[in-house]
Design a protein around this ligand. Structure first.
Ligand code: MN
Length: 336
């Protein structure tokens, strides 16, 4: 966990406006009776005062006394699988509902901004066909979960859905991206008025979507630093290298040189795979290419040294430090 926090420091510094623990229930911009023809007053009240409030207080409880209790909510969500389930579920629940309230409006049948509409037309053919896909994702989500309209790291709009209180920012099976619209399909969102008829609820809720807000979310998502983090997460060759680097380097730091003595070939192979693999678009620049080049060279050298018959731990450590620094130079190049 300490390593994770260190890795996240850079991104946290660049995000000062995000909410931090102890988390609070956000204020609603309308009354519980704002949507009576679409969502009844009692459902709104219970959903907000019991369910959402429950996620907030359980999240605060789960974080109590933890070193990472002050992380912005988005950082917890982005790294959800690194935390225990209580934190993952309640952070997701808080994040998802906070967005959900803002994308509803009593002003019926709004339309997206010109820019968002043109992106929708590009990626789905038409507004109607996007709504159909959204409806489909929401209907087919088995059990409890959410349906989403997201912006992916390559700036495309995609419809997806997630179980429970997960969301597409999380480091779980993708498509991953930044959500600009989320529909709650937990029964608690509709059961009192619609009972088991999720389809009727879905048909009704699209009438009260706050497209003005979703259009703002779209603009914000395009510039969101988390998109780049998500893209970096999906860089398989980088992750593969990181894994073996961490095992060999951190063991050596603790005086155990067995991993580097036996796995140096693997380290070099992963570096070569990184060099030959496709660099994700946002990182495809000269600085990153040079850093990969350097890393590969140094891992080859590592191999040569580690294959030597009388190589000492000190010699191994010296070159490992160089490889480790080359990796961090590469990681650093990805931040800019
Ligand atoms: Mn809900």
């Amino acid at each position: 966990m300490k390593k994770l926090i260190v890795a996240l420091t850079g991104i946290i510094y660049s995000l000062t406006s995000f909410s931090q623990a102890p988390y609070e229930l956000p204020k609603l911009n309308y009354g519980y009776d704002a949507f009576v023809n679409n969502i009844d007053k009692e459902t709104m009240q219970i959903h907000y005062e019991k369910h959402h409030a429950g996620y907030v207080s359980n999240l605060n409880k789960a974080l109590e006394g933890k070193k990472f209790a002050n992380l912005p909510l988005e950082v917890i969500v982005l790294n959800a699988t690194h935390f225990d389930n209580a934190i993952r579920n309640n952070a997701g629940g808080h994040y998802n509902h906070t967005m959900f309230w803002t994308i509803l409006t009593p002003e019926k049948n709004q339309k997206p901004s010109e820019k968002l509409l043109s992106a929708i037309n590009n990626d789905f053919g038409s507004f109607e066909s996007m709504l159909e896909k959204l409806n489909d994702a929401a209907s087919k989500r088995f059990g409890s979960g959410w349906a989403w309209l997201i912006v992916t790291p390559d700036k495309k709009l995609v419809i997806t859905s997630t179980p429970n209180q997960d969301n597409p920012i999380m480091d779980v099976e993708g498509p991953r991206g930044f959500p600009i619209l989320g529909i709650d399909v937990w029964e608690h969102a509709y059961y009192l008025k619609y009972q088991n008829k999720r389809a009727d609820y879905l048909k009704s809720i699209v009438e009260i979507i706050n497209w003005e807000q979703v259009s703002k979310n779209y603009e914000n998502a395009l510039a969101n630093p988390f998109l780049k983090e998500i893209e970096k997460d999906s860089w398989k060759e980088l992750n593969d290298f990181h894994e073996i680097m961490a095992i060999t380097f951190h063991s050596a730091e603790k005086g155990n040189f067995e991993p580097i003595r036996t796995r140096h070939m693997e380290l070099a192979e992963k570096a070569t795979a990184l060099k030959q693999g496709t660099i994700p678009a946002s990182f495809n620049n000269e600085a990153v290419k040079n850093a990969i080049e350097k890393l590969e060279k140094e891992t080859q050298k590592m191999c040569k040294i580690a294959s030597g018959k009388k190589v000492t731990d000190k010699q191994l450590m010296e070159q490992l430090e160089i490889v480790h620094k080359a990796f961090h130079d590469l990681s650093g190049s990805c931040e800019h």
